[in-house]
Write a protein that binds this ligand. Structure first.
Ligand code: ADP
Ligand code: MG
Ligand code: MG
Length: 211
């Protein structure tokens, strides 16, 4: 059975930081169409700050690491997505306080707590054209794949796949939350930047466990 260790979590965070850097312009271009052209810039600034702080995380447990990542994101990303991603990581950390390994139940509980935090903080739900449209289908798929007994690796891969379908779906709907909602129906046809970054993070976890 697949178990993630503290070292795996540190590697995944480092990989996310690289993926965000690689996709900085792409995420910013998506935000230029329906927002203020800064989503990739914001997240890259945040994950670079996380990367810089990582040496201080080495002796910490997974809960403390994730809480620290969340706090760094809140204080460096800014915009709408900073507090939301910050809350996501902090809530995930709260659920696994003191742990140095994660099993499939931990991972489901973390994702559930993180997504609930985003929904409470941003008052958005699935279908509002936000990061939730990638995360919620991914969480549902994670849970249903695990309940079929198909194992964590396969479940995370299936989750990433459904996150991507959620990203594509954001093109077909009007934004109800965030800056893109100022455009109303004119936001239709454009892919949500935050859903895209959420997918990229989930895909990074899937690629990591696939190795
Ligand atoms: P800003 O819009 O302040 O410039 P960003 O560009 O970094 O912030 O992030 C924009 C993304 O944040 C959107 O694409 C959307 O996915 C997400 N977002 C905005 N408002 C909300 C909300 N209330 N709940 C969830 N996600 C949101
Ligand atoms: Mg923006
Ligand atoms: Mg902004």
């Amino acid at each position: 059975k697949l178990i993630l260790t503290t070292n795996d979590v540190l590697n995944i965070i480092s990989n996310i930081s690289e993926v965000i850097e690689t996709n900085r312009q792409y995420l910013t271009d998506l935000d230029a169409a329906i927002g203020d052209a800064d989503h990739g810039i914001n997240l890259d600034r945040g994950f670079k700050a996380v990367k810089e702080k990582m040496p201080q995380f080495l002796d910490k447990d997974i809960g403390a690491i994730l809480k620290n990542v969340g706090m760094v994101l809140v204080s460096t990303v800014g915009g709408a997505s900073g507090p939301l991603y910050g809350t996501f990581f902090m809530r995930m950390g709260n659920v696994v306080s003191g742990k140095n390994t994660l099993d499939e139940n931990d991972i489901v509980a973390m994702f559930e707590a993180g997504l609930s935090g985003i929904k409470e903080r941003g008052k958005a739900q699935a279908g509002d054209k936000t990061m939730i449209d990638a995360m919620e289908p991914a969480l549902n798929e994670l849970k249903s794949t695990l309940s079929e007994g198909r194992g964590l690796k396969e479940a995370i891969e299936a989750a990433a796949n459904d996150a991507y379908n959620g990203v594509l779906m954001t093109k077909d709907i009007a934004a109800k939350k965030g800056r893109a909602s100022y455009l109303g129906e004119r936001s239709i046809g454009h892919q949500d930047p935050g859903a895209t970054s959420a997918y990229l993070m989930i895909k990074t976890v899937a690629d990591y466990v696939d190795k």
